[in-house]
Design a protein around this ligand. Structure first.
Ligand code: ATP
Length: 128
């Protein structure tokens, strides 16, 4: 497959705006197709609204935003790995299982850490 086939757009290198467009297409695809990403998006909205309500400090917002970025980014990479594995094989393969399980594990680790740190930040604001 040459570059023309890959890009499906006459083989030209995408413009900067075009590259952003592809990135947004990836985000919208994962958001619309992956249940876990929808859960992360709902959690993000709840966290941001609660953060505004309890008036988080600037440092607390920075930590929360880093955690949100890390979880969302890992979920995007997890989907990329899942799709790449599915592209390579539609049969059971132990290496495919390891690749998918490890990618899912990365999301889980970061999500647990985000929940723990989120509790450490929010609970002192919420508890009397
Ligand atoms: N080709 C394969 N070979 C071996 N095991 C596989 C294969 N495809 C999937 N699996 C196993 O099934 C699990 C679920 O895979 P699937 O592709 O359905 O991901 P998913 O359910 O969309 O995952 P997630 O819930 O993280 O988005 C994988 O974590 C892996 O253990």
């Amino acid at each position: 497959m040459d570059s023309q086939d890959k890009r499906g757009g006459g083989g030209k290198k995408p413009t900067l705006v075009g590259s952003f467009g592809h990135a947004f297409q990836g985000i919208f695809y994962v958001l619309s197709s992956e249940r876990n990403m929808k859960i992360h998006a709902c959690a993000l909205i709840i966290v941001v609204i609660t953060g505004l309500y309890v008036h988080l400090s600037q440092v607390e917002w920075c930590i929360i935003l880093i955690l949100i970025g890390a979880v969302i980014s890992l979920e995007l990479v997890n989907t990329a790995i899942e799709k790449t594995v599915d592209l390579i094989t539609d049969r059971y393969h132990p290496l495919a299982k390891i690749a998918k399980d490890a990618a899912a594990g990365a999301v889980l680790v970061m999500t647990i850490i985000a929940i723990v740190i989120g509790c450490m930040i929010f609970l002192p604001h919420i508890l009397p």
